[in-house]
Design a protein around this ligand. Structure first.
Ligand code: WQD
Length: 337
């Protein structure tokens, strides 16, 4: 089996992608420092795939550690780089934590890949690189605005770092920059899902924890935006759809002519926070106390994707809708509560 290095492989998207890598006949080698993930995930991956994941605990900002993994576990067919902090709100209050972790891990990885002759990189980027887009839906040609948060800015910088290295022909790097919109849901088996440590930053895990009685109520951050119902609009994509896109991206890089492409990964539809809350209640019948509160710093008012380029280049499209993702998220929450 062809080995693929998966940094942040025990995380929410990394674990779901590791499952899809096994399903596609690859052998994922996971790196994770478990700063924002839990070792229970490894058992979940095994329960789904029958494989005991290869996982090395360590920090991707540590060149000595990453270099050793390339030496001991390589050669790798490619690398999927998830390891990063990703909470928009948290990054506003702790920017240096984000600049150090997200930028240094990418620089370390690119250096190690060059040294060990590994040329294919799938990078976990984000729709936050666009800031508040001037027009919607967002295409890959939509110009970057000033990122609304340090998190979004780290993704803009990492994309530029990677595209510059791919352009410097000496490295031979080929890369796909996957700009996720809002990943939600869980594997339908209920063996893996989102495991935020402590109080969730993101909407859907906060909803499921509230419905499970772990939180008192959902606060909807602002209902005075210039949107149809006054609450923010996002493009919520099922995490398994997202995981499948990573395998398709790896396959795409097998063609030597490919250099560096940015691709939006979204459903192409926008849903407001209120719509997500109401859809969750309708789909699950769960009791979900909620109220409207103040806006949250760093929030973009509305954003959703055009995913036409990913459909064209990767022959990939989403198969699961918002309600299925909410059902799978609730199924997962009930198993871990
Ligand atoms: C969504 C909406 C909140 C919590 C995420 C990821 C980021 C990136 C983009 C991948 C916002 C509102 C939230 C709550 C609320 N994805 N909300 N009450 O900020 O869009 O960013 O997607 O890279 O990594 O974090 O997602 O789920 O935090 O917020 O009203 O308790 O829900 O204001 O409008 P966000 P989110």
């Amino acid at each position: 089996m062809k080995k693929v290095l998966v940094t942040g492989g025990a995380g929410f998207i990394g674990s779901h992608t590791s499952v899809e890598l096994y399903n596609a006949g690859y052998l994922p080698v996971l790196l994770d420092n478990f700063a924002n993930s839990d070792k229970r995930v490894l058992k979940g991956i095994e329960a789904i795939t029958g494989h005991t994941p290869i996982c090395h605990e360590g920090d991707c900002t540590d060149y000595t550690f990453v270099d050793r993994i390339f030496r001991e576990e390589g050669p790798f067919e490619g690398v999927i780089h998830f390891a990063a902090y990703k909470a928009v709100n948290e990054s506003v209050h702790h920017p240096l934590k984000y600049y150090h972790n997200n930028l240094q891990s990418t620089e370390v990885l690119l250096t190690a890949m060059k040294k060990h002759g590994c040329s294919r990189l799938v990078f976990s980027s984000s729709c936050t690189v666009y800031g508040q887009p001037a027009s919607l839906p967002v295409t890959e040609e939509t110009p970057f605005q000033r990122a609304n948060s340090p998190y979004g800015f780290t993704k803009q910088v990492c994309e530029r770092m990677i595209s510059d290295v791919a352009s410097a022909s000496v490295t031979g790097l080929q890369a796909v920059l996957l700009r996720y919109f809002n990943p939600i849901g869980a594997h339908p088996s209920g063996h893996i899902g989102e495991l935020p440590l402590g109080k969730p930053e993101n909407l859907v895990p906060y909803i499921t924890q509230t419905a499970a009685g772990l939180r008192d109520e959902v606060v909807i951050f602002g209902n005075d935006y210039d949107t149809p119902d006054g609450t923010c609009v996002r493009d919520y994509i099922h995490v398994v759809d997202l995981a499948e896109a990573h395998v398709a991206a790896l396959r795409y890089l097998e063609h030597p002519s490919r250099n560096c492409e940015a691709l939006n990964l979204g459903t192409g539809e926008g849903n407001s926070v209120s719509e997500v809350v109401k859809s969750f209640i309708e789909e699950t019948g769960a009791h979900l106390p909620y109220r409207f509160g103040e806006r949250r710093p760093g929030d973009v008012e509305q954003i959703w994707a055009s995913a036409a380029k990913a459909a064209d280049l990767l022959k990939w499209h989403t198969k699961r809708d918002l309600r299925e993702a909410l059902r799978d998220a609730w199924n997962w929450q009930q198993k871990i509560s």
